[in-house]
Design a protein. Structure first.
Length: 135
């Protein structure tokens, strides 16, 4: 009677195998979740590095902004531009609505970091403009 019954050892091994199988299943599902999280993080980091490439090139931003502001369609708008180390401030006391539409179309379709934009209606055809672009 001092010996352990082999039947009990078999049951004990069966229970241990079942517990380990359950833990393995949880570990697999946790690994799958971590893999999905890694893929999502990789996708976000790739998008962010692409955005960094677009927005961090200060000289390219300056040149493209100057090119837009020097277009003949905006010559009558009397746009004042003030360049600073961190960006450019563009103002106009009276700008035609067609010129505003043209300028906004060009600015918003390009990759500029617009930190402030204020357009105030002065009359049916004219408005005042204040815009800060950072780089």
């Amino acid at each position: 009677m001092n010996r352990i019954n082999p039947f009990y050892i078999g049951i004990m091994l069966g229970v241990i195998v079942i517990v380990l199988a359950i833990k393995l299943g949880y570990a697999k599902s946790e690994l799958k979740d971590m893999e999905n999280s890694y893929k999502e993080t990789l996708k976000i980091s790739t998008q962010l590095s692409g955005l960094k490439d677009v927005y961090s090139n200060k000289e390219k931003t300056k040149i493209s902004l100057q090119r837009i502001l020097e277009l003949s369609s905006l010559s009558a708008a009397k746009i004042q531009k003030k360049s600073t180390n961190s960006g450019m401030i563009i103002t106009s006391d009276s700008i035609n609505k067609n010129e505003v539409n043209f300028l906004m179309g060009k600015i918003l379709n390009a990759s500029f970091d617009i930190s402030s934009l204020k357009i105030k209606k002065l009359s049916k055809t004219h408005a005042s403009l204040y815009m800060e672009i950072k780089w």
